[in-house]
Design a protein around this ligand. Structure first.
Ligand code: SAH
Ligand code: SF4
Length: 348
């Protein structure tokens, strides 16, 4: 695996070292930091407050990453999806969702994903590799640039793109630190959400290390047996996931979101909604229902609007707040679970 060693690869201390190794005073690293994280300037040659000779040296030591390959915007202009090439030829996708007054970037945390959820296009690939911290933050920096080019501002960050963020904990955690640093990218942790398939040790670490970040847990079933049909990689039981969520909630005082992808005739009955409500009762929770987004090669059908509303209503009757996610960007395959990199073109 070749790592991309552009400037985003370095943390603050690493950047200082790099600068000093090039014979420059340490304060230059703070200038570079501001260029990267506040202005979104990833190309050393364009960092106009640096001496030109140093810019040249920097561009040789840390060449800028390649630009996004393809940027597509949905017919209603609400969603932009970019295909981003990594240094070793892997491709990932990043999505910007405009929903006034919010601009939200949906970040990928891995190339592919090992969990193999049967309804998810990313899962079809298996895990190709972990993304580095720099590759994760680069997506946010790029997306903020797209927003700003339209006179808007990026307001929210969600880890809901390709991959399972808590299976790449160290790099995701460092990315959260960088994205929320006040002297850096500056997104409030309250506006950042990590969506996980449910990795209990990762949920506990998140509570301890990033208590202000929002947690979303993809549950998809009221009982472990059905869940294992949908999320086949042997993972935690629903009991184990819920006990980690309870601890998270006790420690952080935060509210958890459960995501539940609805598949027609599989997990969308009223009885299943009531059982789900029963299991998560007592938690400060909210359920976000996501009617399946079909994608080539994945299993399952999207339920009718009626079935979706019936499920939502059963939860609400049981005292569980539930919403149906408004999906954007389906026409450019940018909605939840539709991201697959450019697998077909690249591999076959
Ligand atoms: N791996 C993490 C985050 C990425 S997936 C997770 O699973 O939570 C983000 C959300 O998209 C998850 O809730 C996931 O279940 C959902 N999703 C995956 N495939 C989908 C599909 N085909 N239609 C609708 N939602 C999907
Ligand atoms: Fe991975 Fe999330 Fe897709 Fe499951 S839904 S395969 S955990 S990205």
């Amino acid at each position: 695996m070749t790592e991309t060693r552009d400037l985003l690869h370095y943390d603050a201390a690493g950047l200082r070292q790099l600068v000093e190794s090039l014979g420059q005073p340490a304060y230059r690293s703070r200038q570079i930091w501001r260029q990267l994280y506040q202005r979104g300037q990833l190309d050393p040659m364009a960092m106009s407050d640096l001496p030109s000779e140093f810019r040249q040296q920097l561009a040789e030591a840390a060449p800028p990453p390649a630009d996004a390959l393809e940027v597509q915007t949905s017919d209603d202009s609400s969603t932009t999806k970019a295909l981003i090439p990594l240094g070793d030829g892997e491709l990932i996708e990043t999505v910007l969702i405009r929903s006034a007054p919010r601009d939200t970037v949906c970040l990928s945390s891995q190339a592919g994903c090992a969990m193999g959820c049967v309804f998810c296009a990313t899962g079809l690939q298996g895990l190709r590799r972990q993304l580095t911290t720099g590759e994760i933050v680069r997506q946010a920096v790029l997306a903020r640039g797209w927003s700003r080019a339209e006179g808007r501002e990026l307001t929210h960050v969600v880890f809901m793109g390709m991959g399972e963020p808590l299976a790449n904990y160290a790099n995701v955690s460092e990315a959260i630190t960088r994205l929320t640093a006040e002297d850096g990218f500056g997104i409030s942790p309250r506006r950042l959400t990590v969506s996980t398939v449910g990795v209990p040790p990762g949920i506990r670490r998140l509570a301890a290390e990033h208590p202000r970040v929002n947690l979303a847990v993809s549950l998809h079933a009221p009982d472990t047996k059905l869940r294992r049909d949908l999320v086949p990689v042997p993972g935690a039981s629903i009991d184990d996931i819920l006990s980690a969520v309870r601890e998270h909630s006790r420690e952080t005082g935060g509210r958890v979101t459960f995501e539940y992808v609805l598949l027609q005739g599989v997990n969308d009955s009223r009885a299943q909604a009531l059982r789900l409500a029963d299991r998560i009762k007592g938690l400060r929770a909210h359920v976000n229902l996501i009617p399946l987004n079909p994608s080539p090669g994945v299993v399952g059908e999207r339920p009718s609007r009626r079935a979706t509303l019936r499920f939502q209503q059963a939860l609400q009757e049981s005292g569980i707040p539930a919403t149906v996610r408004v999906e954007q960007g389906r026409d450019i395959a940018a909605a939840c679970g539709q991201l697959r990199g450019d697998r077909l073109r690249r591999v076959e």
